[in-house]
Design a binder for this molecule. Structure first.
Ligand code: CO
Length: 134
């Protein structure tokens, strides 16, 4: 069911410092920051030849990554995103197998303008999993 690794997301406490690290120290191809009010984050993408790194910085009052950064003040790996062909088929199959879908259970439009869902980390080896319809 899961396809390509679309991105690995890293929560960062200082977006400018993280951009400098990925652009200047690591020599990455770094996008401009983009506010995602529906998701409570500002995102920056680092384009790699085979995948992307998504830098996540809290946006607004109830950012879903605020608690993560409280627990991990220097930042850390937040989620992995796998591509699926059909997000509704994938969701129904996962729910049938007992996996928990976060939020309303309905896909939201993600950072790339495509439907995404998040799956409970306790059901996936302690890792928050994002599914994106490719
Ligand atoms: Co993501």
């Amino acid at each position: 069911m899961i396809g390509r690794l679309n991105h690995v997301a890293i929560a960062v406490a200082d977006l400018d410092a993280a951009v400098a690290t990925y652009r200047d120290t690591l020599g990455g191809n770094v996008s401009a920051p983009k506010d995602e009010p529906d998701h409570g984050v500002t995102t920056v993408f680092v384009e790699l030849p085979n995948t992307k790194i998504e830098l996540l910085y809290p946006l607004g009052e109830n950012s879903p990554i605020a608690a993560f950064l409280e627990k991990n003040p220097s930042g850390g790996m937040h989620h992995v995103c796998y591509e699926v062909d059909d997000i509704m088929v994938a969701r129904d199959k996962l729910v049938e197998n007992g996996a928990r879908v976060l939020g309303s259970g309905e896909p939201k439009i993600g950072a790339h303008g495509k439907p995404v869902l998040f799956l409970h980390p306790k059901d996936f080896c302690g890792t928050l999993v994002e599914l994106e319809q490719a």
